[in-house]
Design a protein around this ligand. Structure first.
Ligand code: BMA
Length: 294
């Protein structure tokens, strides 16, 4: 099963008149709420420091954006940027997991908001370690919060009672050597609840550092159980703006939205622009069912 690129791609470009987003806009979170698509995107100017900008859309394709970032580096551990936001609506509050980047490395951080514009920092959630690609599940599982994260090269799962202290860390998905997932994998969009299980769209890096997207299905009640995983990627770099940009050969997702049977997968192209690829949710679930946990 392959995703289909939207003909309007790329759907968001750098804005040369705004220094903070003049160079790259990529790896955005998107949530559908109150009949609108809301995007929180990673933006870089010539200094390569990442900020997070906000854009809104009626159709998920055409966007209006704010002139200024809604979230910018403030803490020492994010001095070089706030990166790769993923947003979930959890118990009526928006939570944004993001990477704080500094001289010390990358830290898995969390912020919350009720309006998607003003954000309150909740701090580092996985202290004293380089981590990223951490993504919350949009609801509690068996009474606890659940979060995917990445200790290279694997995707891990952890649980928490308070969103601050995370325990029971386990590896749930490992790269498959010799394939398009050879080097490392990381969670992409926040998991989507379906009747068959949690749909996880993730990224994988091969030996040549090409980033592709894959899909897996996790058990609804025990997401440490991988029910299915596709053998082939659902999206790989092909368009010029996916092949050449700031970092070559990258499609990287932080967001997927489901509307009826339409799956909207938002992704950064070559760390420079935002793209949109579409698929049928039922078709993807069917493909996963056929594949099993190969
Ligand atoms: C990863 C992430 C992404 C980026 C990708 C490709 O490590 O930090 O932000 O899109 O590299 O450069």
């Amino acid at each position: 099963m392959k995703l289909r690129r939207h003909p309007a791609n790329p759907i968001l470009l750098p804005q040369p008149h705004h220094p903070w987003e003049a160079l790259n806009v990529f790896n955005a979170a998107v949530v559908y709420h109150n009949d609108l698509f809301h995007m929180l995107y990673r933006a870089q100017g010539l200094d390569y420091v990442s900020h997070i900008g906000y854009a809104v859309s009626e159709d998920g394709v055409h966007w209006w954006r704010l002139d200024r970032p809604v979230f910018s580096p403030r803490e020492p551990w994010e001095a070089r940027g706030v990166e790769d936001p993923r947003v979930v609506l959890l118990e009526g509050v928006f939570y944004m997991t993001y990477t704080g980047y500094s001289r010390e490395g990358t830290r898995a951080a969390l912020a919350r908001s009720t309006n998607l514009i003003t954000w309150e920092r909740l701090g580092i959630v996985l202290p004293d370690e380089d981590n990223k690609d951490h993504v919350l599940f949009p609801e509690k599982i068996q009474g606890r919060y659940a979060m995917l994260h990445r200790r290279p090269p694997d995707i891990w799962l952890a649980f928490s009672d308070d969103l601050k202290h995370w325990t029971d860390h386990t590896i749930i998905l490992r790269p498959r050597p010799g394939t398009w997932e050879h080097r490392k994998i990381g969670a992409g969009a926040p998991p989507i609840r379906t009747e068959h299980g949690w749909l996880l769209i993730y990224h994988a890096v091969d030996a040549q550092r090409v980033y592709r997207l894959g899909a897996a299905l996790l058990d609804l009640h025990d997401p440490t159980r991988v029910l299915a995983r596709l053998p082939e990627p659902i999206l790989e770099p092909r368009e010029p703006w996916e092949i050449k940009g700031d970092v070559p050969n990258v499609v990287f997702t932080c967001a997927a939205v489901v509307r009826d049977d339409d799956l909207y997968v938002y992704y950064g192209g070559a760390d420079r622009v935002m793209g949109l690829a579409m698929g049928s949710l039922s078709e993807l679930l069917e493909a996963l069912e056929k594949a099993g946990d190969a």
